[in-house]
Design a protein around this ligand. Structure first.
Ligand code: AMP
Ligand code: MG
Length: 416
């Protein structure tokens, strides 16, 4: 391993530590937003029977040849079929059945005429009535056929597909009260730092609130995984050991914040080396160059820097795609919008920058701007912005008008 990794090398190294996605069976609704782990087949034909797509009359199209508003054709109504009925009659020539949407189409008919194109001549429109038809239906019109969606035994959804709300409906109609999906990883969220106090405490002298624990847990949730927030770990060797050991026993992935720099009380790296393996601890990026990867007892460990923005960006670039990979998602990267810089930007040459900015549609194309402070201690830019403006390694000055990539934090992976 090089001492300082590029972002790409670092991401490859993180992906290489990940276990295979684990399959679990869950109640159908819990599958929403997750990746199906096995092909799902239908137990029945859907639709299960030919049924009417309209409220109207089921007819034989040949009876209505030539029917129009000027020369309507009259038929006798011999049945009245509601959704849920199981009609056994057969409709004969010059006869019709009054039928509701979703009701089974009886034997003998081949088309449905919507009620709006008919007129009751005598009776109430139900059985025993005579009805005039003002149009000639196409053969099969307004009839939804048995098996139109899927046939019994056929695959209705394939392993690897993401279950959206429509997919939940499809799985419901095909008999899946439970489905096999990939498990949400349990992610340990550990904040280190003797300066930290809980969120409900007003910080005393020299203290700050443990905001990273919440922002990281929120990012874990947003990535579809399950956060397990640990108590604050002070900058102390033994406390760090105890917390890391416990996390490696309880969780599938460990994320820490702080304690990975070269400070005198930064214990994350030494404890990681002692309990497991340290893979790298520097990535040529800004914010957040001390991004740290390792494993403890085979459990992937990612040490994010403590500065809230470095934490946030590091999670986006390394941890979020990892958690998605562990859940079987193919799409690991957010969409990127190519935009034109609205103003000059200067940077240090050696690192890739991820600036918290905005991308907006302007006329034909897109404009990238950085209207907020870029201090890595401040989160407002990440909150107000909608993208990470990427400035490549190796260059130092980007005049207004330079085309840049903007990673869309406001769009899901896989969005075209
Ligand atoms: P460190 O990486 O531990 O040197 O921390 C870098 C900076 O991030 C320091 O100013 C810390 O006070 C701040 N910081 C560390 N952990 C947290 C946290 N959990 N929440 C908010 N800020 C933090
Ligand atoms: Mg610290």
């Amino acid at each position: 391993m090089p001492e300082v990794m590029t972002v790409e090398q670092a991401r490859e190294a993180v992906f290489a530590t990940l276990p295979e996605p684990v399959v679990e069976r869950v109640a159908l609704l819990d599958a929403l937003g997750r990746v199906l782990a096995e092909n799902a087949r239908s137990d029945i034909d859907v639709a299960p029977f030919d049924n009417s797509a309209m409220d109207g009359f089921a007819v034989r199209a040949e009876d209505l040849v030539g029917a129009s508003p000027e020369s309507p054709v009259e038929l006798d109504v011999i049945a009245h079929i509601a959704a849920g009925d199981a009609p056994e009659m057969e409709v004969g020539p010059r006869q019709a059945a009054r039928i509701m949407t979703g009701a089974p189409v009886p034997a003998g008919v081949d088309s449905v005429v919507m009620v709006e194109r008919t007129r009751v001549v005598s009776g109430d429109g139900g059985v025993g009535s005579r009805v005039a038809f003002e149009l000639e239906p196409r053969l099969g019109e307004h009839i939804r056929l048995r098996g139109e969606e899927v046939r019994a035994g056929d695959v209705v959804m394939e392993a690897g597909e993401v279950v959206g709300p429509a997919g939940v409906g499809l799985l419901a109609s095909t008999g899946h009260a439970e489905v096999a999906v990939y498990r949400r990883p349990r992610v340990a969220v550990i904040s280190t730092g003797s300066e930290l106090v809980e969120v409900d405490v007003t910080p005393g002298p020299g203290k700050i609130r443990n905001s990273n624990s919440y922002s990281i847990a929120a990012q874990v949730l947003a990535a579809g995984a399950e956060p397990v927030r640990y108590a604050i770990v002070p900058d102390d060797l033994e406390a760090t050991r105890t917390a890391f050991r416990k996390a490696a026993e309880d969780c599938d992935f460990i994320v820490t914040s702080g304690g990975v720099s070269v400070g005198d009380f930064d214990y994350v790296k030494p404890v990681l080396e002692e309990l497991g393996e340290l893979t790298f601890c520097k990535v040529a990026m800004r914010p957040g160059n001390p991004q740290t990867l390792g494993t403890i007892g085979g459990v992937p460990f990612f040490g994010l820097p403590g500065n809230p923005t470095s934490t946030y960006v590091g999670f986006e670039i390394f941890v979020r795609p990892s958690l998605r990979k562990m859940q079987g998602f193919d799409a690991l990267d957010r969409p990127v919008t190519r935009a034109t810089l609205a103003h000059d930007v200067k940077k240090k040459q050696g690192r890739r920058y991820y600036l918290r900015g905005r991308v907006d549609r302007t006329g034909e194309g897109y404009t990238a701007s950085l209207p907020y402070s870029q201090s890595s201690a401040l989160l407002t830019a990440a909150h107000r912005g909608n993208c990470l403006v990427v400035l490549p390694q190796g260059e130092g000055f980007f005049p207004a008008g330079t085309p840049v990539d903007c990673i869309r934090l406001d769009m899901e992976e896989g969005t075209p």
